[in-house]
Design a protein around this ligand. Structure first.
Ligand code: GCW
Length: 650
């Protein structure tokens, strides 16, 4: 088990979480190597604390728990058995043994009592990955972690990989305990210093990979499509050029020499200024397949991002619709991608807003492998200064059925942009740890009830006394955030650049393609096929029809799909303008109420965690009031319609 300074928060792996295991007799049987060593060490440390006893590969004396590795097939599944007063975890692969151990930790005393039972657990998705948008060098605009709200990078310090990787090991342990098995260690916007991680700086990546390997985590790297030019001095990065292909084959061979279990590349190409195959008149399938070809001999995978759109659009141009872009670019390429190329699609068509429809690209490319990308880092959901537990949103996405089959079953992989940094609480806001935990657990079991996952996290992190209060603070926090920010799926209205706090017209006349089109009569984007951009028609039935008409479109997405008058009556019975006023007053009241509940937990939650959340609540409340007042005033001034309840609007 990694050794961390006292000041670093144990997150949900509190010492107390190991009490049940640590007070029993355990036998760890079979296998060797870093993962099995980790399993043994976990139990040994718990026993040292709580008085239990662990043996490894001994002839079985009496024991309460058997952790039994029966093979070496790499399987992540495990079987949990409770029988004859004994608890057994059996796995045919090392990762399965590790996941089985953490299953017992989660169950606590329940693992050692109750009826005889036998259950097999296996992850629904084979790849459960976190992408870090970490820069090695501090970037002049984006800082060290792009869209990072938890301090500096866990991996990189002073321009290179950290010398002491104990914290990285501890991170791997946290991730394994909630089922995550892969990490990409650098930003998809690959700057100059970071490009070299692929070549002469691969040793630094190898050191990180070694620390993560002990907890079953494979390491991936974001690479620049222009690497052959930037690093190799070639005249071109054209994916069909023999010299370019040879360069990538050689570079990749060296990567695998350094990191034999390397996961593969992540690529952001032809997006927001990153280089890509368009420069050479080649398609994205040609670009991705070239890298897939280099990785193929070693079993690696290329994650090719579908976040491709025109970020230099003219706001006067009403025919270009950013929401359409991913589908328009990629659907024609279905069937052309190599089998070890995975198309990585953001869950919504725009950009991680608090409410978006599911991307129509998901399900539209049946012959292409799919990774769905979520954003744990709260770029548009309060930047880890606001409580915003995203479990319900992610669960809705994973259960959505684009064409009969749920998103979770269409995907090969689930990826989240990490919300972690070198902050002592890992995630800045201590309650944002729940997003990390929930992501891992949902990737393992996408049809799980997110509230059960939340309760699990609360139980491990806080114990029983404050549990009900913490749940009250968190369970509705995503919907609360939605209430006081941009209404009815219209999105954005944030301050440009850093994206924190309200600015209704902040992006209205910008080149980024994120508009609300509010005027004195109405608001929203007409994305219907009949009169708008045609985006709604990118969906399969029934969704194309459901979204096409304001009559059938769900309220929460109305302004994403339609431009309607302020007096338009929602299914809720309220007009759009009254909905805006009501939700903004309610949202702030809900923050006030949550803050009071949190205050009442003083003494039940450890003092430093309590103080950090209290401080963040002050800022959340200030900011929520700012949102309420700017949004309400803006729409009152535009529409001239007074609030039906006569509340104060400025
Ligand atoms: O959400 C936007 C962010 C960019 C990010 C980009 C992406 C890494 O504002 O900071 O760049 O998405 O997903 O590539």
């Amino acid at each position: 088990m990694p050794h961390l300074p006292e000041s670093v928060d144990p997150a949900w792996l509190t010492p107390g979480a190991f009490r049940a295991i640590g007070s029993r007799r355990t036998l760890v049987r079979g296998g060797e190597g870093p993962v099995v060593d980790s399993v043994h060490e976990e139990v040994a440390e718990a026993c040292a604390r709580f008085g239990g006893h662990v043996e490894r590969d001994a002839s079985p004396g009496p024991y309460d728990l058997l952790l039994d590795l029966t093979g070496d097939d790499g399987s992540e599944a495990f079987t949990f058995t409770r029988d004859d007063g004994r608890t057994t975890v059996t796995a045919s692969g090392r990762p399965g043994l590790l996941y089985g151990l953490f299953h017992v930790v989660r169950l606590g005393e329940d693992a050692f009592r109750g009826e005889a039972r036998r259950e097999t657990h296996r992850p629904a998705l084979g790849l459960r990955m976190l992408d870090h948008w970490d820069n090695v060098a501090v970037h002049p605009v984006m800082g060290q972690v792009e869209r990072g709200y938890a301090g500096g990078s866990l991996f990189w310090e002073d321009g290179r990989a950290r010398g002491n990787l104990e914290r990285v090991r501890a991170y791997g342990r946290l991730l394994a305990s909630c089922g995550i098995n892969a990490v990409a260690v650098n930003n998809v916007n690959v700057h100059r210093a970071e490009a070299r991680l692929l070549t002469d700086r691969i040793g630094e990546v190898a050191a990180i990979a070694c620390a993560l390997r002990a907890y079953g985590i494979r390491t991936h790297l974001s690479v620049s499509f222009a690497a052959p030019v930037v690093l190799g001095g070639l005249a071109t990065a054209d994916p069909l050029e023999g010299g370019v292909r040879a360069w990538w084959a050689e570079a990749t061979a060296r990567v695998y020499e350094a990191i034999p279990d390397f996961g593969g590349y992540v690529v952001k190409a032809d997006s927001e200024g990153q280089p890509g195959p368009f420069a050479y008149g080649r398609s994205h399938a040609e670009g991705a397949n070239m890298l897939a070809g280099a990785l193929e001999p070693y079993g690696g995978t290329v994650h090719w991002r579908a976040f491709v759109y025109d970020h230099r659009q003219d706001w006067r141009d009403r025919t270009t619709d950013r929401a359409r872009a991913a589908y328009d670019h990629f659907v024609p390429l279905d069937g052309e991608f190599a089998s070890n190329a995975v198309l990585q699609v953001k869950h919504g068509p725009m950009d991680f807003q608090v409410r978006e429809p599911v991307s129509p690209l998901i399900g539209a490319m049946p012959a292409t492998r799919l990774a769905v990308e979520l954003q744990a880092t709260q770029e548009y959901t309060g930047q880890q200064r606001h409580v915003c537990w995203l479990g319900p949103m992610w669960s809705e996405v994973l259960r959505f059925r684009p064409d009969g089959t749920p998103v979770a079953e269409l995907a090969d992989a689930l990826v989240a942009v990490s919300n972690v940094g070198d902050d002592r609480f890992w995630t800045g806001h201590p309650l944002a740890q729940a997003n990390l935990y929930t992501f891992g657990r949902l990737a393992w079991r996408p049809d799980a009830d997110p509230l059960e996952i939340l309760d699990e996290w609360i139980g491990l992190t806080f114990g029983t006394e404050p549990a009900a209060g913490v749940r009250t603070v968190m369970e509705g926090s995503w919907r609360t955030y939605e209430k006081y920010t941009a209404p009815l799926g219209v999105g954005f209205m944030v301050q440009p650049g850093h994206h924190y706090g309200p600015s209704v017209d902040g992006y209205e006349y910008s080149p980024w393609g994120t508009y609300h089109f509010a005027d004195r009569d109405g608001i929203g984007v007409d994305r219907s096929a009949a009169t708008g951009t045609g985006y709604a028609a990118q969906y399969a039935k029934p969704w194309a029809e459901v979204y096409e008409s304001p009559e059938t479109c769900p309220d929460e997405l109305l302004l994403f799909f339609h431009h309607v008058p302020y007096g338009h009556v929602l299914h809720s019975g309220r007009t759009v303008i009254q909905h805006i006023y009501d939700t903004h007053f309610e949202g702030v009241e809900e923050v006030e109420a949550a803050r009071r509940v949190w205050a009442s937990l003083v003494g039940l939650v450890d003092a430093e965690r309590h103080a950090r959340v209290t401080e963040r609540f002050e800022e959340q409340l200030r900011c929520a009031r700012e949102w309420r007042d700017q949004i309400n005033s803006y729409f009152f001034r535009k529409s001239g319609v007074p609030d039906a309840h006569g509340r104060r609007i400025h």
